[in-house]
Ligand binder design. Structure first.
Ligand code: PLP
Length: 322
């Protein structure tokens, strides 16, 4: 199977660092992860596709909202791996042929729409099963991907290994950051990083900037994911330095915020980076807010650029460009 994921660079961002009052800032460029506009999900997807192959599948099926970065990356990676892809999409995020949905079509995914609005509604499982049965009737061999669901520990383990790559990047430039900052949806990326970094010799805190869930819900979930991931990896020590914040969620999931809009423009104008206002823009806003707190002034940090740039184009009207 062709590799769908490629190791990503760690770039210094000196102008952005200075603008934030930091001594140094590095950006881990997951947006360059190799296939289909990259993103933090590609490390997980390469493991998931390997599992699907091992199970003898020729088709992957998943579900999310219409503008999901995960679905776009999965459909692109499936195309590269020679697998068919079916997406069951919720209309939240809109049905306009833009951004990630446009890319899903470009990658040849079969799109199915659902009227169910709650991703955890059991009706979604029934609809996924119906798609799988239809694939079987046509002679296909489907593999169901539920993220986070039962794939959670596998997905987080991809980032526990990603932590070792980041540790090697940091060692190569002799960097000892105070914090590694990442946007959190399901928090599988943050959990994997938090578990993997100390084991790779990096003492930085991981700051998970929630874009969706309050910390009261995300915290216990992360404890559980980290424990399950450690078990999957056979690591007996699951200690970590994960710090979560939900200060950047407002006005809500999938929406630009007062702080994320200027953050997108700052990253673009200082470093030519393309962030989006609902994930990476909020991560950068969370990083900026942590300077003088978790991250000392003139200290140093890593921003995980978790991809999601296709989403920027859906927020043109929000960006208040001048
Ligand atoms: C661009 C981007 N960044 C960050 C995240 C959050 O990743 P996780 O779900 O692992 O917390 C996502 C999740 O969809 C994403 O699309």
């Amino acid at each position: 199977m062709p590799e769908v994921f490629r190791a990503t660079p760690l770039d210094a961002a000196p102008r952005l660092a200075a603008a934030l009052g930091l001594g140094a800032l590095w950006v881990k460029r997951e947006d360059l992860a190799g296939t289909a506009f990259g993103g933090n999900k590609l490390r997980q997807i390469s493991l998931i596709l390997a599992e699907a192959r091992k199970a003898g599948a020729d088709t992957v099926i998943t579900t999310a909202a219409s503008q999901s970065n995960f679905c776009r990356a999965l459909s692109g990676a499936a195309a590269r791996a020679g697998l068919a892809c079916h997406l069951l999409l919720r209309r939240a995020g809109g049905t306009a042929m833009q951004g990630n949905l446009l890319l899903d079509h470009v990658f040849g995914a079969a799109i199915h729409w659902t009227d169910v609005t709650d991703p955890w509604d059991p009706a979604i499982d029934a609809e996924l099963d119906a798609i799988a049965q239809a694939v079987r009737r046509e002679g296909g061999r489907p593999y169901l991907v539920r993220l986070p669901g039962r794939t959670a520990a596998l997905a987080a383990s991809a980032w526990a290994h990603g932590a070792a790559e980041l540790a090697a990047d940091l060692a190569a430039v002799d960097a000892r950051p105070d914090a590694v900052v990442v946007a959190c949806g399901s928090a599988l990326t943050a959990c994997g990083l938090a578990l993997g970094l100390p084991r790779a010799g990096v003492t930085a805190s991981v700051l998970g900037v929630s874009v969706q869930q309050p910390v009261t819900r995300l915290g216990p979930w992360c404890d559980d994911v980290i424990a399950r991931t450690a078990m999957l990896l056979g690591w007996t020590d699951a200690s970590h330095r994960l710090v979560l914040t939900d200060d950047q969620i407002a006005p809500g999931y999938g929406r630009a915020s007062e702080a994320s809009r200027p953050a997108v423009l700052l990253a673009g104008r200082t470093e030519g980076l393309v962030l989006d206002p609902v994930y990476t823009g909020k991560a950068l806003a969370g990083l900026a807010a942590a300077v003088g707190g978790l991250i000392p002034r003139a200290g140093s940090a890593v921003l995980i650029h978790s991809g999601g740039a296709p989403g920027l184009f859906l927020h043109a009207d929000d960006m208040e460009l001048r």
